[in-house]
Design a protein around this ligand. Structure first.
Ligand code: SAM
Ligand code: SF4
Length: 442
């Protein structure tokens, strides 16, 4: 039997959904009377909110756990959370004696009782994926930053052959309309001016409104746009197959919906897309983007790419470079294929040699950087509005986000959460420089 922890630290790895889950776990622990450990202070409880998307994720998590032992040999209570916890389950306890409890992404509302069990010497494991949503068991949102995440959809039924998400996050579920609207109101009351709606396949969100009418993500966005004080709405990550005409139209009609779309294509080769079990082709993806650009001509397009999927030839890779040129991405994430145990692709033949993957990734990233730079250069001289979200490195410098999700550096005495009108004066591949036009810290 050990004392119940009084202080905690949540360490997040991986995607924005983990950042959101980490915030909700912190709020839950805070509501139970625990305090966040200060920087440099030893925490009584450490929650490692892990990611399982790429290779060696479990090994990395166990080595992170090992590093939690303190110089005097003592250790905090250790909670293994997130997708590695889901994948490893009870096995985690035998792989590391440091771990006191294991909690999956759908079960973390049970953290307080699991902490009590761990303090009494048991080592609880909960990786259930209950039909009853964890969200109802979490405390209401309170103080948040100017830009907040709101998970509206979890899990995935798409089963791309390389991906662990359908196994670690479970089947696709959409949170109910009313719960999301209520949470959005509390985020705005707590200080948010921008909300990013999150889901593994956020544009597959579908629920009924308060009058029982069926609606997709576009109707939810239109409803949230009515909230006074909420100035910007974003959503991520979307699947090309779920880009409905209604959602595309919303990009042209809802002023608060920002001109930015993260729409992963993964590869430009139809052979590889088929082997990946993506339901789109290169051509259908491009046609979807054409419609989006008709609705919102200035939209910034972002994407995800995997190089070196089993069987990828030089011609397949060239097709990927071609689609990058055809789209002209404003930003993108690119990864080397990583075989994930339990996924169909892990059993496929035609592994691409590591040095070929390295070479392709470098070439792809160089091409993507050229497009980001030209997208950014095209904004020089433009007047725009930024939402300040952090301090810059130089004294007097602040950084805010443009509507196109670019980071803009500006000299100002404004503070985090202010909206500023700036003129863009300088462009780099990953950021912009701007000068102030006039301030509004309302
Ligand atoms: N649902 C989103 C979609 O359909 O594009 C993606 C979610 S996934 C968490 C984020 C990105 O990780 C994917 O778009 C893909 O590019 C990358 N990814 C997933 N599994 C991978 C793997 N086994 N190897 C390399 N990259 C992977
Ligand atoms: Fe993974 Fe996205 Fe494919 Fe779902 S749609 S399996 S989350 S890559």
């Amino acid at each position: 039997m050990t004392e119940l922890p009084k202080t905690y630290r949540v360490k997040n790895f991986g995607c924005q959904m983990n950042v959101y889950d980490g915030e909700r776990m912190s709020e839950l622990l805070g509501a139970k009377g625990m305090r966040a450990a200060a920087d440099g202070e030893d925490a009584d409880l450490v929650v490692l909110n892990t990611c399982h998307i790429r290779e060696k994720a479990a090994e990395k998590a166990y080595s992170d756990v090992g590093r939690l032992r303190r110089e005097d040999g003592s250790k905090p209570m250790v909670a293994l959370a997130g997708c590695v916890a889901q994948a490893e389950g009870a096995e985690a306890k035998s792989r590391s004696k440091m771990i006191d409890l294991v909690v999956g992404p759908q079960a973390y509302h049970r953290l307080p009782e699991m902490i009590a069990e761990a303090a009494s010497g048991r080592r609880p494991v909960d990786t259930d994926m209950p039909a009853i949503s964890k969200f109802g068991a979490l405390p209401a949102r309170r103080k948040v930053g100017p830009s907040a995440f709101l998970t509206v959809q979890e899990g995935c039924d798409k089963f791309c052959t390389y991906c662990v998400v359908p196994y670690t996050r479970g089947a696709e579920i959409s949170r109910p309309w009313a719960d999301i609207v209520t949470e959005a109101h509390s985020l705005v009351d707590g200080g948010a001016r921008e909300i990013t709606l999150l889901g593994q396949n956020v544009n597959a969100w579908d629920s009924q409104d308060e009058k029982g009418r069926a609606g997709g993500l576009d109707s939810l966005i239109r409803e949230l746009a009515k909230i006074d004080g909420l100035e910007r709405i974003r959503y991520t990550t979307s699947h090309p197959a779920d880009m409905t005409d209604g959602l595309i139209a919303a990009h042209g009609e809802v002023e608060k919906l920002m001109p930015y779309l993260h729409l992963p294509v993964q590869s430009g080769s139809d052979t590889i897309l088929k082997a990946m079990n993506r339901s789109h082709s290169a051509d259908s993806y491009l046609r979807t983007l054409e419609k989006v650009r008709v609705a919102r001509p200035d939209i910034a397009i972002s994407g995800d790419f995997i190089v070196g999927f089993p069987g990828e030839t030089d011609e397949d890779f060239t097709a990927t470079l071609n689609i990058v040129d055809a789209v002209g991405y404003a930003s993108a994430y690119s990864f080397k294929y990583s075989a994930r145990p339990g996924t169909p692709a892990a059993l496929m033949e035609g592994a691409v040699a590591p040095e070929v993957m390295d070479e392709r990734l470098q070439q792809l990233q160089a091409r993507l950087a050229e497009h980001s730079l030209s997208f950014n250069r095209a904004t020089i001289g433009r007047d725009t509005r930024i939402l300040i979200d952090r301090k810059g490195r130089q004294p007097g410098q602040m950084i805010g986000k443009s509507p196109w999700l670019q980071s803009v550096f500006v000299e100002t005495d404004a503070t985090i959460g202010d909206m500023l009108d700036v003129t863009v004066t300088q462009a780099l591949p990953n950021s912009l420089g701007g000068v102030l036009r006039c301030a509004d810290s309302a």
